[in-house]
Write a protein that binds this ligand. Structure first.
Ligand code: CTP
Length: 420
């Protein structure tokens, strides 16, 4: 028999995402009946929710017609699972206290069905002792409470409190109902463009007015007109960071070594080849609020860059003399226009954390982001799409395990936005 959900939508900015959730649930052949709190109707109309559920949307406890036709007790009896999405701090508090002052809270107090709450709220509300106490108690009372996502919020702050993706919520619901989850059913156009608008608003606010300077890619050190010294850096992580910073409203200057990646939208890109060119482009781009040195700068360059192609000379091997390149990051830490937040990357193949900590102090930067470039799941990090990184600061360490370079970039930029 077809499984049925009773979806309670309470009044938060994430309420519009309930529309997409309904769409995905119904594609999984799960029937959805919806109840809205009064404040939810300020964020999403009963009409749009009714269009998505193809059913009447219940809202008013004292609606005699609804009560006569189905009744609040019946509503919960017919469901296999009650899902509260989004669950606001207010609804969570009322539920924990056993308050029943509208249809949604009355159903929650009257039901004997399993309940899944999907919280979404401002980070401070989420972190507040009262909310955490309520959630702890609800979990002890066997209410399933999903952990919110971390990220940019509608109010311009960052941290935990965002509604998890509708696909993730669906997966959780499918597990509860014993329905097979199908990720392909989660794709396609969202029923509302509000999510895109929302994302643009939140992203644009976080780093507005800040200048972020980023270096990315390898450098190429000429030996003669046809030969050079280089390394395997693809530039992908640096470009992903530039993209994430621009999406959060920052003015971004991206100083790129020789890579063939497209320029992220809204980013000012300056192409360079050698470490010396990168050094002067960095100095020209100052002042900046934050510099993130992702580039794999060549440590050495040829002492003499031959004007003509060096020819083979019998059996003798051409001598190649190297001299050290300037350390752009270390210099920047001593610069009179030192950015407020200076971040280096440390690509290591062994003793990753130990080497990275040494670099943090040797180079005088505020954070070092260390990554193990030996191998990841058998695939090299350099040139790959995933990364495992450790963000090392004076206060400790954060780890981001095997995530896409875009996800790593977003997490790093959120952490930066919190301190700038
Ligand atoms: N860096 C720099 N200028 C250099 C060398 C490195 O700005 N000449 C920066 C990199 O962009 C990175 C950090 O310093 O942010 C660490 O780079 P890495 O190559 O890991 O360290 P090195 O100083 O080159 O040390 P080693 O080669 O011994 O690991």
């Amino acid at each position: 028999m077809k499984k049925q959900i009773l979806l309670i939508v309470s009044g938060g900015i994430a309420a519009y995402k309930s529309l997409e959730l309904v769409r995905i649930l119904r594609r999984h052949d799960i029937a959805v009946r919806a109840v809205m709190t009064k404040s939810a109707a300020e964020f999403v109309t009963p009409l749009s929710l009714g269009v998505m559920t193809e059913d009447h949307v219940y809202g008013d406890m004292f609606n005699l017609k609804d009560e006569r036709e189905i009744g609040h007790i019946q509503l919960s009896r017919q469901a296999d699972l009650i899902v509260i999405c989004p669950a606001t701090a207010n609804l969570i508090a009322k539920m924990n206290a056993g308050i029943a002052d509208d249809l949604a809270t009355t159903i929650l107090l009257a039901t004997d069905k399993p309940v899944l709450a999907v919280p979404a709220m401002n980070v401070r509300m989420w972190n507040h002792n009262a909310t955490q106490r309520n959630i702890k108690q609800l979990r002890e009372d066997s209410v399933m409470v999903m952990t919110p996502d971390s990220g940019a919020m509608a109010c311009g702050e960052f941290g935990p409190g965002r509604l998890p993706e509708p696909s993730e919520i669906t997966q959780q619901i499918c597990t509860q109902l014993g329905v097979k989850f199908d990720a392909t059913l989660c794709q396609g156009q969202s029923p509302t463009t509000q999510s895109n608008v929302q994302e643009t608003i939140t992203n644009n606010q976080a780093l507005a007015g800040k200048h972020i300077l980023i270096t990315a890619g390898p450098t190429r050190e000429a030996i003669d007109p046809v030969r050079y010294i280089a390394n395997r850096s693809s530039g992908k992580q640096g470009f992903a960071i530039a993209d994430a910073a621009a999406k959060m409203g920052a003015k971004v200057t991206l100083i790129a070594g020789p890579v063939s990646l497209p320029t992220p939208s809204g980013v000012e890109r300056i192409d360079v080849e050698s470490a010396l060119e990168m050094q002067s482009a960095v100095n020209d781009a100052l002042p900046a609020d934050c510099a993130i040195m992702v580039a794999a700068v060549a440590d050495w360059r040829a002492a003499n860059n031959a004007e003509q192609k060096i020819k083979k000379d019998g059996d003798a091997i051409a001598p190649l003399q190297l001299i050290e390149n300037p350390d752009i990051l270390a210099e920047l830490s001593q610069h009179k226009e030192r950015p407020k937040l200076l971040i280096g990357f440390a690509a290591e193949t062994e003793n990753v954390l130990e080497h990275a900590r040494t670099k943090l102090s040797r180079k005088g930067c505020d954070w070092i982001i260390a990554n193990d470039v030996s191998t990841t799941n058998g695939q090299g990090v350099m040139g790959g799409d995933h990364n495992d990184v450790h963000i090392i600061t004076a206060d400790g360490e954060d780890n981001i395990d095997h995530a896409t370079k875009e996800r790593v970039a977003q997490t790093i930029m959120e952490k930066i936005a919190n301190v700038l």
